[in-house]
Design a binder for this molecule. Structure first.
Ligand code: XMP
Length: 510
């Protein structure tokens, strides 16, 4: 049985971060909703449980709570922030409803530097983000650390192996957070740390073989990291029973289709390249609404894919590069995050074609997918690529799409990416691209007045695409990019840099 830590999610903004930190320490962790039935928790035989933070107050009428049975499973429990307050309240302590929030950096002073806090300096920086705090500890508990505003900044019941921290050890601003989590996992819960890309690959290969038997698996390749890694891992499991399909929608970047096909063939993947450019462009003619664009592209993709796949004998499975964040979003307490943009492009395909899904990456975070890819020998140029949306350049041309606009966008985008690479900043950026803005503005070139389009540069840093900050690209580099685009791309006389944060803006413009 694999070592598992279960994180019960109370809707905290850092819940995913807890899961990632634990996995970085080499222990597999899973996020489950706070109200997961106790039998289900017991059934996965976790080594320990973590109760996450969350926006609620234990004093709220319908505040989320947990089955008290989690404290009686005989395994260690760590409550973080709301998780600590809830633990205190359920076990007979008192939580003080506070009108003041303590948010941001604070100093932790350790009063009992054993087990959870062993090896941590007496004074260190921590990250706080809470309103309520524990006023009176439950019987059998002792305070093990304090901060200026929280005399009980951490607590423990050594005998029951139940711990709580008012601060957030998972956040990088908590200087020794990783050490604290490591103490919990290895010293307290007795984990051994066996979660590595290698062990993942071995298990995944066995699972795929068992599931697929001798059926054929079809995999749609997009050129992105996720589908590439999914394909390679399936290939290792079933070799020539994997058939990959790459649909060229005509909405890709410059030379992208050729490059993708070349590198996948090089990796030995059995690949069909479908040129469907005309079909997509015809369907999109005159369409301006972003959601309609997505819908048309999604449907057309399914049609093209289906036509291709239906000719493959014994095809019973469809591989998808679904990742863990997509899986947890659908169970978290917040519910599926509001469908602001409909991102899933091949929805409906498996049902339509009566295919079962194989999703070998559904347990992984994006950075783990990259590590697994590295383990499998997927080339760095694929692993390091920025994410690219399924609808491609269609949602990066505001308004109508036509060949001329696509060509302008492709040329500008190539220059942007090329310069980011030359400037050594490409790998620090989550995603960078150009947007074609069909607004004519006045310029002057030589002695002539011009009246042409705007190209917007968008570059963001992010952990997962859910929130993002605009990338602080050096001015000199921005200038170089702007000069090159205006000089080299006909039809553009103005370049602007998008400095919006997500939220409230999104990463893509449409
Ligand atoms: P937004 O624009 O919502 O984007 O901030 C977040 C991430 O999702 C990508 N994105 C898409 N991916 N189909 C996709 O496969 C889509 O329709 C789509 N729209 C946005 C976007 O590029 C970013 O990485």
């Amino acid at each position: 049985m694999r070592e598992t830590i279960i994180i019960l999610d109370f809707g905290g903004q850092y819940t995913q971060l807890i899961a990632r930190r634990i996995r970085e320490l080499g222990v597999y962790s899973e996020i489950k909703p706070y109200n997961t039935p106790i039998d289900e928790i017991r059934g996965s035989e976790p080594k320990a449980i973590i109760l996450s933070g969350g926006p609620a107050s234990v004093w709220d009428d319908d505040s989320p709570t947990v089955d008290r049975g989690v404290f009686e499973l005989g395994i260690p429990v760590l409550g973080i922030c709301y998780g600590m307050q809830l633990t205190a309240q359920l076990l007979g302590g008192i939580v003080e409803r506070s009108r003041m929030r303590e948010f941001g950096p604070a100093t932790l002073r350790i009063t009992n530097g054993f087990d959870l806090l062993s090896g941590i300096p007496d004074k260190s920086d921590i990250w706080m983000s809470h309103g309520d705090r524990v006023l009176e500890l439950p019987p059998g508990f002792e305070s093990i650390a304090e901060s200026e505003n929280s005399p009980r900044a951490a607590m423990k019941n050594r005998e029951m192996r139940i711990y709580g921290t008012q601060f957030h050890p998972e956040v990088v601003h908590t200087k020794f957070g990783k050490e604290i989590l490591s103490n919990f996992l290895f010293k307290i819960a007795g984990c051994r740390g066996m979660w590595t890309p290698k062990s993942f690959v071995e298990t995944a290969i066995k699972d795929i073989r068992q599931k697929a038997g001798d059926a054929t698996v079809i995999c749609g390749l997009s050129g992105g990291v996720d589908s590439a890694v999914a394909a390679v891992i399936i290939q290792r499991a079933i070799w020539d029973k994997l058939r990959c399909i790459f649909v060229d929608t005509g909405l890709l970047r410059m030379n992208e289709a050729e490059e993708v096909v070349e590198s996948f063939r090089h990796m030995g993947l059995n690949l069909v390249h479908v040129d469907a450019k005309e079909r997509f462009l015809n369907k999109l003619r005159g369409v301006t609404d972003p959601e309609r664009k997505r819908k048309i592209i999604g449907e057309e993709f399914v049609n093209v894919f289906e036509a291709e796949a239906s000719g493959i004998k014994d095809a019973r499975f469809l591989a998808q590069g679904t990742l863990y964040p997509d899986v947890i979003e659908s169970v978290s307490v917040k519910g599926p995050s509001a469908t602001i943009k409909s991102h899933h492009n091949v929805g409906g395909l498996p049902e339509k074609m009566n295919l079962k899904l194989i999703e070998p990456l559904r347990e992984l975070f994006k950075d783990e997918v990259r590590e697994v890819g590295r383990e499998l020998g997927v080339p760095d140029e694929i692993l390091g690529r920025h994410p690219f949306p399924g609808p491609g350049l269609a949602i990066r041309i505001i308004g109508e799409i036509d060949e001329e606009r696509l060509e302008i966008l492709r040329q500008a985008d190539r220059i942007f990416i090329e310069e980011l690479r030359k400037g050594g900043v490409y790998d620090d950026i989550w995603q960078a691209f150009c947007v074609f803005v069909p607004v004519k503005t006045v310029g002057v070139m030589g002695d002539e007045r011009t009246y042409e389009n705007v190209i917007a540069l968008r570059a963001v840093t992010s952990q997962d695409g859910m929130t993002a900050k605009w990338a602080r690209i050096p001015y000199d580099l921005l200038e170089k990019i702007s000069v090159r685009i205006i000089n080299e791309v006909r039809g553009v006389n103005r370049v602007v840099y998008d400095i919006s944060t997500k939220p409230p803006s999104t990463i893509e413009w449409e």
